[in-house]
Design a protein around this ligand. Structure first.
Ligand code: DX5
Ligand code: ZN
Length: 218
């Protein structure tokens, strides 16, 4: 059970110290938005490179951008230890997944709430993680979509059936109130932005979330 706090809810003027606040987490989740795939703009390659130089934990890059076929491997080269692209944006999802691995990172594929996973099941051998979005991508602090839990279970079952070591991540509205149902459904990597960075003690929030998820370890 791994926790990946999203720095989208951190203080962007002090990212190094904001990363230090979550040094007990498993990953630092970095939301890359291009103002096209989603209606918001955050940060890109130079910032990821800078974060990789100072982060005490590995970077989990979530690319909400057009043309991941071109850009995804560059995020691995920039220092992302895990790079997740959106299948809706990819021209050739299998090639993207392979190019991420070839560049030395774990490959992740994300699906928006309206996208079903079933058509992409045969990509699992080329993936290390599937991200099931539990909000519409674009902004932090939105409400958790419990109706995505059946999809989490579908992904988990497909992974079991095919026998790979693929992680199942949830992102959006994950908090102490919602993480247990995600774990119960089959998730094992949990992104949390406002629930961690909105807390007085971010590290304590990470530990609390991990403890809640671990109760439901399958
Ligand atoms: C949303 C991002 C999330 C976001 C989560 O598009 O992908 O990672 O930061 O924030 P919370 O946990 O506040 O919903
Ligand atoms: Zn994200």
């Amino acid at each position: 059970m791994q926790i990946s706090p999203s720095i989208l809810s951190a203080d962007f003027a002090n990212l190094e110290s904001e990363l230090a606040r979550i040094a007990n987490a498993d990953w630092a989740h970095v939301d890359v938005m291009d103002g096209h795939f989603v209606p918001n703009l955050t940060l890109g390659l130079p910032i990821v490179e800078a974060l990789a130089r100072v982060s005490p934990i590995p970077l989990d890059c979530h690319l909400m951008i057009e043309d991941p076929d071109r850009w995804a491997p560059q995020y691995a080269e920039a220092g992302g230890s895990s790079v997740t692209f959106h299948v809706e944006a990819a021209a050739d999802p299998r090639a993207v997944a392979r190019s991420i691995r070839a560049a030395g990172a774990r490959s992740g594929m994300a699906v928006k709430p309206g996208t079903s996973f079933a058509p992409y099941e045969d990509l699992l051998p080329d993936l290390d993680m599937v991200l099931v979005m539990t909000v519409e991508p674009g902004f932090g602090g939105q409400s958790f979509m419990a109706d995505q839990m059946p999809k989490v279970t579908q992904v988990r079952e497909a992974v079991r059936r095919l026998g790979g070591e693929v992680w199942v991540q949830v992102d959006g509205g994950v908090s102490a109130a919602t993480i247990e149902q995600c774990a119960e459904a089959g998730a094992d990597v949990f992104v949390a932005g406002s629930a961690v960075y909105g807390a007085e003690d971010a590290a304590a929030a990470v530990d609390e979330l991990r403890a809640l998820a671990t109760r439901h370890q399958h």
